[in-house]
Design a protein around this ligand. Structure first.
Ligand code: AMP
Length: 215
């Protein structure tokens, strides 16, 4: 199954796509996680991406398309994948279409997590991620068992640099201008499945499963 998770920053794409990846047995391909790892490891990609990410802007399309197409060629993607945070612009979506057409593959669904902006700001400010395995937490809605420590791997939880309030506003603006046109793009291909993003994590997960099953 080939799926895309669409939605503004803080909608829960990372958490939900990680859960779905575990239940379907296909990889979660998160461009944000790949870029953060590159930044942490100070690779050439990381050095280029850092400035764009810290300011809340987007990394240029050609760089992102390059890393995603390399990732999708790996063996674990043969049975499908969940794209989390990609595509984020119409150019990226068109490039993905070209690549899929070229290999005779197709997308199954695009899950669009719908959520109000004031809810997003609140969510992002309480968000913490594991510095080692990237698992996401929230200080009030999904805290770890032991404060500041990842349940999964014991790593330290950190606040992402781009979750600072000013940067969050900029990321939301970038979403509105550059990413939200993808809603029309995929609706036009009859792939879009809107899912209400407010509620318990399990509740949203169940809505996503219903949306996928009803495709
Ligand atoms: P995320 O974890 O998906 O919120 O991504 C964090 C940051 O990484 C974004 O604010 C962008 O700077 C960058 N990024 C992630 N995915 C993409 C993408 N598909 N295109 C451009 N920039 C991206």
């Amino acid at each position: 199954m080939r799926l895309i998770f669409l939605g503004p920053p803080g909608a829960g794409k990372g958490t939900q796509s990680q859960m779905l990846s575990e239940s379907l047995g296909i990889p979660q391909v998160s461009t944000g996680d790949m870029l953060r790892q590159a930044v942490a490891q100070r690779t050439q990609l990381g050095e280029v991406a850092r400035g764009y990410m810290e300011s809340g802007g987007l990394v240029p399309d050609d760089i992102i398309v390059g890393i995603v197409s390399e990732r999708l060629k790996k063996n674990d993607c043969v049975k499908g994948y969940i794209l989390d945070g990609f595509p984020r612009t119409v150019v990226q979506a068109e490039k993905l279409d070209e690549a899929l057409n070229g290999s005779g593959e197709r997308l199954d669904s695009v899950i669009n997590i719908v959520i109000r902006e004031d809810e997003l700001v609140q969510r992002l400010s309480g968000r913490r991620v594991c510095g080692s395995c990237q698992r996401a937490y929230h200080i009030t809605t999904s805290p770890p068992a032991k404060e500041g420590i990842c349940d999964a791997c014991g790593g330290q939880l950190v606040t992402r640099a781009d979750d600072e309030v000013g940067t969050v506003r900029k990321r939301l603006e970038v979403y509105r201008n550059q990413t939200s046109p993808l809603i029309q793009f995929y609706a036009g291909k009859s792939l879009l499945r809107d899912v209400e993003g407010v509620g318990e994590i399990r509740e949203v997960f169940s809505r996503i499963n219903t949306a996928i099953a009803g495709k």
